[in-house]
Design a protein around this ligand. Structure first.
Ligand SMILES: Nc1ncnc2c1ncn2[C@@H]1O[C@H](COP(=O)(O)OP(=O)(O)OP(=O)(O)O)[C@@H](O)[C@H]1O
Length: 513
């Protein structure tokens, strides 16, 4: 959050935009086109896409394809700024899988980094829907399973002949990657880089940093400099092959990087590592972008406005009487008649409190659960599954759900707490109105927040945000249950605090013992 504030400050100071950002490729000048018109698309990928219901690539996918497989032929690194739900995941997955489909030997050639586990799982599913069709394997490194299980999925051990005794000194085990593409979060990625035998990034050809602005704030064990370091082979390394390769724990494979002839790439290794960075709110901060060490970056963005909302999204504000905000929320939820909705709050604590309060409200006829970063991953995944499958209608969430999450059928987003930054508004609102579908974003405000909110929307050139009203008699009719549920909530909070203290006391006295 602090970082986000810093970036807002920088943008207020009008830091000069980097030269390569000044003349972007306009994604909105591209149209959806039938799959048959994507030049060179592998027929088996085409079939896999069609069977997943994808018949015509979206503009961002056509634009990126043109700059990678088309005439652009991956000569430059790709930076994409395109609205939420516009299809950025396939925009990078398609060209990567297409290029790697002609690979002869399996090794880790594409790494996709995402900020959260649920997001990584989602992206893994996208790759898994097309990569196997052309014989590529996709792996996941997010800490969902034990590290040992993860290693056995990622690293292939040679099959040893039964009955033969091997001396590890004279014949070190040749470990190889079991995957061509890896989807990872920074934490688990660093674990594998530091500790997993046979895990190497030396053959990497593609590095995708999805949700870039969020990941550049993630300094976890300096994951980005480490990845860049692991993938850059010095010119000296290029001639190391003059002597026979030593069997190492990294395997005997080598990606032959010859001295480059590529434009602007004199005396650097080739094929180079191609980087693709994407976000709906891509940072323009030069010092942040410098961390990526981009090669002649090509900027692709939608239209002229920096922060764009999906065209199929409508924004509304709901002015609430002080102290009665929960009643307005309940009344709004009731008016949605069972449509899927995500309610965003400002913190994990208020997510928990609000969700508990809603549960005490009597039978609202709506299945509601909380989803926050403080919950155990198993519980979070279960909740998400329930929401995806339709068993739940409403998710009360902290900002853990804000970025990238794609749940089909979410028609409404509700900002219970006003988003502090325009970027937060864009990402929260972007959980609906995805892939061209209609969606609404409601923001609950007290009268004294209205002006501030107007200014916030102005940053994304949003002038129209009509007032949405809920019937006043519905508020009145809810008052009685509200008072009762507030009482129960108070008791429940006291009980939880007591339990926490008790556990804290027990563990501290154990420590003393
Ligand atoms: N060509 C297509 N045809 C139909 N549906 C598509 C197509 N491309 C993507 N989609 C669907 O659109 C939805 C949004 O895609 P995706 O998650 O890649 O968006 P995004 O731009 O990455 O959004 P965010 O910025 O929120 O992460 C997904 O449900 C995806 O399956």
């Amino acid at each position: 959050m602090e970082e986000e504030a810093k970036e807002q400050k920088i943008s207020r100071k009008k830091v000069a935009v980097l030269p390569w950002m000044r003349n972007p490729v306009d994604i909105s000048s591209f149209n959806n086109c039938p799959l048959t018109q994507l030049p060179f698309l592998h027929p088996r990928m085409k079939a896999a896409l069609s069977s997943s219901g994808i018949d015509s690539p979206f503009p961002v996918q056509v634009a990126v394809w043109q700059e990678t497989i088309g005439p652009g032929s991956f000569e430059r690194d790709i930076c994409v700024n395109s609205p939420t739900g516009s299809g950025k995941t396939l925009a990078y997955a398609l060209p990567i899988v297409q290029i790697l489909s002609s690979r002869a030997v399996k090794c880790l050639r594409a790494l996709v980094v995402l900020p959260t586990r649920d997001l990584a799982l989602q992206v893994m599913d996208v790759f898994a829907s097309i990569a196997p069709a052309v014989g590529l394997s996709v792996g996941l490194a997010v800490g969902q399973s034990s590290i040992a299980d993860e290693i056995s999925m990622l690293i292939e051990r040679p099959k040893l002949e039964a009955g033969v005794c091997y001396d590890p000194e004279s014949r070190p085990m040749e470990l190889r990657s079991a995957v061509d593409i890896l989807v990872a979060t920074p934490g688990r990625l660093m674990d594998h880089i530091n500790n997993t035998k046979g895990f190497t990034l030396e053959h990497l050809r593609f590095l995708v940093v999805d949700e870039t602005d969020r990941l550049l704030r993630e300094a976890y064990q300096s994951w980005l400099p480490t990845v860049l370091q692991c993938t850059s082979s010095s010119v000296d390394d290029l001639f190391a092959y003059a002597s026979p390769p030593l069997a190492s724990t990294f395997g005997s494979l080598k990606t032959i990087r010859r001295v480059g002839v590529e434009r602007g790439f004199k005396s650097k290794p080739y094929p180079r590592l191609v980087k693709m960075v994407l976000s709906a709110t891509l940072t323009q901060d030069p010092s942040k972008l410098a961390q990526l060490d981009l090669h002649h970056p090509l900027f692709l963005t939608s239209g002229k406005i920096r922060y764009q909302l999906p065209q199929s999204l409508e924004s509304f504000k709901l002015i609430c009487e002080p102290k009665l905000k929960p009643l307005y929320l309940v009344s709004l939820l009731q008016s949605l008649q069972g449509e899927k909705a995500i309610v965003f709050t400002s913190s994990v604590e208020s997510t928990h409190r609000l969700c508990t309060l809603l549960k005490f409200f009597g039978d609202l006829g709506i299945k509601i659960k909380e989803y926050s970063g403080h919950q155990h991953q198993t519980l979070r995944s279960k909740t998400l599954r329930g929401f995806r499958e339709g068993g739940l209608q409403v998710l009360v969430s902290s900002d853990a759900m804000t970025r990238g999450m794609d749940v089909k059928g979410v028609r409404n987003v509700i900002n219970y707490d006003k988003p502090p930054y325009i970027k937060t508004y864009i990402h929260r609102a972007g959980r609906t109105a995805r892939a061209g579908n209609y969606g609404r974003c409601f923001t609950l405000l007290h009268q004294d927040e209205v002006n501030q909110f107007k200014k916030l929307l102005k940053k994304a050139d949003i002038d129209s945000c009509p007032v949405y009203t809920v019937p006043s008699d519905s508020i009145e009719s809810l008052r009685l249950s509200y008072d009762t549920s507030l009482e129960i909530l108070k008791e429940s909070v006291e009980m939880e605090t007591f339990k926490k203290h008790k556990i804290g006391f027990k563990s501290s006295s154990k420590r003393k013992r």
